[in-house]
Ligand binder design. Structure first.
Ligand code: HEC
Ligand code: HEC
Length: 374
């Protein structure tokens, strides 16, 4: 995981660095150079000698030598490469029992993941009962879909157990990653395997059964082929799999357009149609009017920007916007006079409030001030 993650990062950088013309030309064909279709949603990029990759490789960048840094030493690479692979590569020596794991769990994990890995308040559950139960895994949901969807915890969802070892070792406990010993990690994995009621070498773990490097790969993962089955045997297997409707429950063909036959059954809200409500549910599609326009438009905006310093309070002797009485008194002079005064100034009121706005704008602002003070 660590390695492949790194590759993705690297490739993403290369994609960004390469010209989009080459990208478009190859993507448009949507086939591999051998004429085969690209797998669902995939993109094939030509690499070299007719080979392809899912990420664009910028061969130009490979030739460039930046002459920076040095090659890492073997020991540096080893320290960095703490990956644990699905086939056990990278799994260190060590051992632990569910009982030991439960002790570590109580001390270092329970605060977030709760009793028996039940999860809660934003922290993921690590188990939800027996992971073999029919409806729970992704694979079973594909073959016998129901409304609940797959249960997404380690036992029911994750295809391989090595991910759990690696995840706990490098990521948990959340505030102190890489702080657990290898034995503690084995013990925690054993405990979580037990909570999920998974079988190891055909049997559930007793409290004192040891999980170690030898029996680790015998952890039976119910969803092991739930994602893209047998993908490790190559693209042809995957293509054949996706072409077989039996793998999707029933005999329906997979379909991307004009899939619907017959009269559609409309989805209803609480069993009611749109017009069964009183008043009926709105089917209007225009956007609501902008708030500003509804409440004063530009006049308001300009007022706030240019005049509110003085007219937002009565501290300076300016008629305060919103003060009904003050504005009623001002307006006794007549609107024209008031606008004239706003433009030419009066006493503490500087001409145009100290701005160089055109007369019509001042008029618009004054109208807003009056309407907001009624
Ligand atoms: C301070 C809170 C905290 C503590 C303590 C903690 N975790 Fe976690 N754990 C989290 C959070 C948050 C996530 C989800 C991280 C994410 O999805 O990015 C998580 C995710 C996980 C997952 C992945 C679950 C999934 O299905 O995605 C595992 C496994 C896990 N923790 C195990 C442990 C173990 C074992 C310990 C004790 C050594 C532990 N955690 C301690 C907060 C914590
Ligand atoms: C530096 C402070 C200040 C600013 C900025 C200001 N005003 Fe005034 N304004 C006053 C004062 C003080 C008065 C009261 C004048 C008086 O009657 O003695 C006043 C009065 C007014 C009146 C009433 C005039 C009348 O006939 O009594 C209007 C209308 C007005 N201002 C509009 C505006 C507008 C529009 C702006 C922004 C473009 C603005 N003011 C910016 C201080 C200000």
């Amino acid at each position: 995981m660590f390695k492949s993650y790194h590759k993705i990062l690297l490739s993403t950088a290369l994609v960004v660095a390469t010209s989009t013309a080459a990208f478009a030309a190859y993507d448009a064909s949507r086939t591999y150079p051998n004429g085969k279709k690209v797998i669902d949603g995939g993109v094939a990029y030509l690499v070299k000698n007719g080979k392809t990759a899912v990420y664009l490789v910028n061969t130009k960048a490979h030739k460039t030598s930046f002459k920076l840094g040095r090659k890492p030493l073997k020991c540096e690479e080893d320290a960095w490469d703490i990956d644990v692979m699905y086939d056990g590569t990278g799994l260190p020596e060590g051992h632990g029992t569910p009982e030991e794991g439960s002790e570590v769990y109580e001390a270092k994990c329970v605060a977030c993941h709760f009793d028996f890995g039940s999860g809660g308040s934003g922290y993921p559950a690590l188990a939800k009962g027996n992971a073999y139960e029919l409806h729970k895994t992704l694979k079973n949901q594909r073959l016998h879909p129901d409304d609940e969807g797959p249960v997404r915890v380690f036992g029911t969802y994750w295809p391989v157990a090595s991910t759990l070892w690696w995840y706990i070792k490098t990521g948990m406990p959340h505030p102190a990653p890489l702080s657990l010993s290898d034995d503690e990690v084995y013990a925690l994995v054993a405990y979580i395997v037990q909570l999920n009621e998974l079988k190891v070498d055909g049997e559930e773990l007793d409290d004192d059964t040891e999980l170690n490097r030898e029996n680790f790969l015998k952890i039976d993962m119910p969803n092991k082929d739930g994602f893209e089955p047998k993908i490790r045997k190559g693209p042809d297997t995957v293509r054949a799999y996706f072409d077989n409707p039996k793998n999707f429950g029933g005999n329906k063909k997979r379909c991307m357009k004009n899939c619907f036959e017959g009269k559609p059954v409309l989805a209803r809200i609480n069993g009611k149609g749109i017009s069964d409500y009183l008043p009926p549910i709105s089917t209007k599609k225009d956007l609501p009017k902008k708030k500003e326009a509804a409440a004063g438009g530009e006049g308001k905006k300009l007022y706030e920007a240019k005049c509110a310093v003085c007219h937002g309070t009565d501290a300076m002797g300016a008629p305060m916007v919103g003060d009904k009485k003050a504005w009623a008194a001002v307006l006794k002079k007549g609107l024209d006079k008031v606008i004239h005064n706003a433009i030419h100034g009066i006493n503490g009121m500087p001409p145009k409030g100290g701005t160089n706005l055109p007369d019509e704008k001042i008029k618009e602002i004054v109208e807003y001030m009056i309407s907001a003070s009624k």
